[in-house]
Design a protein. Sequence first.
Length: 246
Amino acid sequence: MDFRGQGGQFRGRAAVLEFYRTVKRRVRETLTIEALVVNERAILADMLTELHVLEDWPDFATGPLHRGETRRSENFIWYDIEQRHFTRVRSAHYGDGTGAVAPAGAQAPEGEPAISETQFRAYIDAFNRDDYAAFSRFYAEDVVLVLAGKRELRGHRAIIDFYRAVKARTRRTIHVDRFLASGNFIAAELHSEFLALEDLPDFIAGPMRRGGRTFINTFVLYELRGGRFARIRSAEFRKINEGTAS
């Protein structure tokens, strides 16, 4: 088993269990499942985590913990499954737990159309070739996009305007690594490459110099309503920046 989370990276069942034994001695951890996307080989869980600290933990991986403190976080956790066992678990942080809300696609009418993997890949392809008319058809008018907990955009027009501005300054290519669909949810593991067309000291993915490249691996949860995206949230699992500004 391979485990990669906020608390560190561990390989093997014994190492993961020892990590959790240490955690549970020092904090009381409560997990709340906000949404699940499931198939026979993988699960994407939208998870709200609450840590109530039982003793000081100065060298905790995400920053010192102090006795009596309560810390919350929102994460997408991707579980790979073989023979009904988890073989790989990866966690990507996207929020502090203050904005957790009910899923936009919950309680959708029975028989509502879903988006297939082929259709989803067509959406990504349209995005990559800057076909705004084609990829924007997937958005509900009141769609909400939250980018790795850093920025929230509301409405079809706001999202299109944002991407026009980004694409004027970078060349971005998205690849679909994994696709899951369950009920009114789609989960995708994506990796993106940004090529800076100019110096970008304040770029949302981090400062870049002209000609620099940033590679980002993200988990993205799409919530559907009426066969369109009603809410989209992403979490960064890994980022490599090969063009930071000085």
